[in-house]
Design a protein around this ligand. Structure first.
Ligand code: FE2
Length: 229
């Protein structure tokens, strides 16, 4: 019998469409979700995601002449279940803008420079301890088009795959102590302050030239990490 897992507390999740942010209307369902259990075929295949998607070394910062511009950081991302147990072998994807706040995307109209040494996306595999490491540069803030002054705080988008294709959590990680966190419509669409806090990485001691941050993703359960578009 499958384990019965408590549903997420709605207060710990984003509240869907945000006023003044037209794009969220296209990213959230217009109707309430209908709950449907996965079928045996969905749960038994295809084979583990890690065998179908190539994973890379988690390094977006580069080295030497190919080094991206920006503050070097290292993230330790720990993926756990509802009991805090690590989930080894989880495939994670991360993407973010460069240090000037520019994405490598044709729809990014922000007037900020592209960094030729910054690619901006990585796919990683969590080890036996459920931890995947990403070395990168700290992303910049950027203005959200047509909002008259809303700037997104520095953040990193994450996609976390479950055992099968149907199971995927897409969320965003924020940095501690950022003034723009207080007014960000996406982060504050999560009404519960504790749940918001779980979306913010914590600074860890680092003896190297790279700032070190810890971030934990809880893939399910009542205190599960919110899905953020
Ligand atoms: Fe973003």
């Amino acid at each position: 019998m499958p384990t019965l897992i408590e549903r997420r507390d709605p207060l710990t999740q984003a509240q869907g469409v945000e006023r003044g942010y037209a794009q969220t209307a296209r990213r959230w369902p217009a109707q309430p979700l209908a709950r449907r259990p996965h079928t045996a075929a969905e749960l038994s295949g295809p084979p583990p995601v890690a065998r179908l998607l190539p994973v890379q070394e988690g390094d977006l910062a580069g080295h030497g002449a190919r080094r991206a511009i920006g503050q070097l950081i290292r993230l330790r991302v720990r993926v756990v279940d509802e009991d805090g147990a690590p989930l080894p072998g989880t495939v994670l994807e991360a993407w973010h803008c460069n240090a000037a706040g520019k994405y490598i995307h044709p729809n990014d109209s922000h007037d900020a420079p592209v960094d030729p040494n910054f690619y901006g996306a990585a796919r990683m595999l969590a080890g036996d301890d459920g931890v995947a490491e990403l070395r990168t540069i700290k992303p910049g803030a950027y203005p959200v088009p047509d909002t008259h002054g809303w700037w997104r705080p520095p953040h990193i988008h994450f996609s976390v795959w479950g055992r099968v294709w149907l199971s995927r959590l897409v969320t965003q990680m924020f940095f501690p102590g950022e003034p723009l966190n207080e007014a960000d419509a996406i982060l504050n669409a999560i009404r519960d302050p504790g749940a918001r806090g779980r979306c913010i990485a914590s600074l860890a001691p680092s003896a190297t030239s790279e700032m070190l941050f810890d971030y934990q993703v809880v893939v399910r359960g009542r205190a599960g990490t919110p899905g953020l578009p």
